[in-house]
Write a protein that binds this ligand. Structure first.
Ligand code: DAH
Length: 362
């Protein structure tokens, strides 16, 4: 058969097609290239497939040999494809494992850390001093009834603190609601809800129509203490406050200075000996102590024996029970404890301020 060599089914032609297919398969180095090679050399329109279709036109005696040749040729191509497929997939996996490798031991840029606000930390610390002595922590609302903030505490209607220049009343005025000016109403709330013995501290926010400067802010924090039991005396008050003062400031001298509060009788101011000059500046013309203004003492908070009128207003039998109470500013305590000179730092919310006192106030 003279034209047999030019037939697409000749041994030479098939061998050529197989050789081209194997070369393309071997040259494919990615999954995508191999896919293209498969399409070109083993797909429906590949030379081998097209040649295969011509078998039907052969004389019957040639069909078998041609069929076997084509079958063997396509099997070789398919085997080569399968083998290369496995190699290429393995190589791509190995390459991506290298490319996507993460060194988990490398240092990372940590997200900036926040900090507990020093006022929050100090409230926790002061409350803990009392919890350790078996006291409870009580809280009350910042929007308070005028009666609880003033009347029940024996603060008369004509007391100057009840004016709109000092106190923030809330509309409508006939509802007699205000932003509490101190934490003392929580004393009354506690006594109204609980039977003695009562030992509670009440930390929280208070509001006054004040300036905003280094030593005044219109919103600040106080901690109130109240003990009601049988036989409570001024000695229990002094011992308790001394314990708190030592927990806050270490070895420090305190004094009670007579004062007046409508809700306590007798009343006193708890003073701390000046921790800067330790009293040395008193009467000493060579020393000028800015912290105590040469008085030797600094005022920390008010206190006293609960006025029986306050106990009675809250329904407590004054023949059986007596009590002591105290209240002091948290910001002021932070100023003394951490040398924080400007109260505005405490409300501005700059995390650097909180961080600078981190651990200190805890
Ligand atoms: N409520 C007072 C104030 O805001 C502080 C105070 C004084 C509280 C004497 C007390 C107390 O419980 O007994 O200035």
């Amino acid at each position: 058969m003279p034209d047999q060599d030019h037939s697409p089914l000749s041994e030479a032609a098939v061998e050529r097609m197989v050789a081209e297919a194997l070369a393309a398969i071997a040259a494919a180095s990615t999954v995508a290239e191999l896919k293209a090679a498969r399409l070109a050399h083993a797909g429906d329109r590949s030379p081998l497939a097209l040649a295969n279709r011509t078998i039907g036109a052969l004389p019957p005696e040639e069909k078998k040999a041609a069929g076997q040749r084509m079958g063997a040729a396509r099997a070789r191509v398919n085997e080569a494809l399968a083998a290369r497929d496995a190699e290429v997939a393995a190589a791509e996996l190995a390459a991506s494992l290298v490319a996507e490798r993460v060194d988990v031991t490398l240092p990372v840029a940590a997200a900036p850390e926040g900090a507990i606000h020093p006022i929050t930390a100090l409230i926790d610390l002061m409350s803990d001093v009392f919890v350790a002595m078996g006291w409870e922590v009580a809280e009350g609302p910042e929007l308070e009834a005028e009666w609880l903030n003033f009347d029940a505490l024996n603060i008369h209607a004509d007391h100057p603190a009840r004016g709109t220049t000092d106190t923030l009343f809330v509309d409508p005025l006939e509802h007699h609601q205000l932003l509490r000016t101190h934490t003392s109403p929580v004393q009354v709330r506690t006594m109204l809800h609980r039977e003695p013995p009562i030992y509670v501290v009440c930390p929280g926010k208070v509001y006054r129509a004040d300036e905003f400067d280094a030593t005044h802010v219109p919103v600040f924090h106080q901690i109130e203490g109240l003990a009601v039991d049988k036989g409570i005396t001024m000695a229990h008050l002094k011992g308790t406050l001394d314990h708190l003062a030592r927990a806050m400031f270490g070895d420090i001298t305190t004094r009670l200075r007579p004062n007046y509060f409508p809700f306590t009788e007798p009343s006193a101011e708890m003073d701390l000996q000046c921790f800067v000059c330790h009293g040395e500046s008193v009467g000493n013309p060579d020393l000028d102590c800015k912290t105590c203004r040469n008085e030797g003492w600094i005022e920390w908070g008010g206190c006293g024996i609960v006025n029986p009128r306050v106990l009675a207003a809250a329904g407590i039998d004054t023949d059986v029970y007596s009590g002591f109470a105290f209240g002091m500013g948290i910001e002021r305590t932070l100023m003394f404890r951490n040398n924080a000179a400007d109260m505005r730092d405490m409300v501005e919310g700059d995390v650097r301020f909180s961080r600078s006192l981190k651990g200190e106030a805890r």
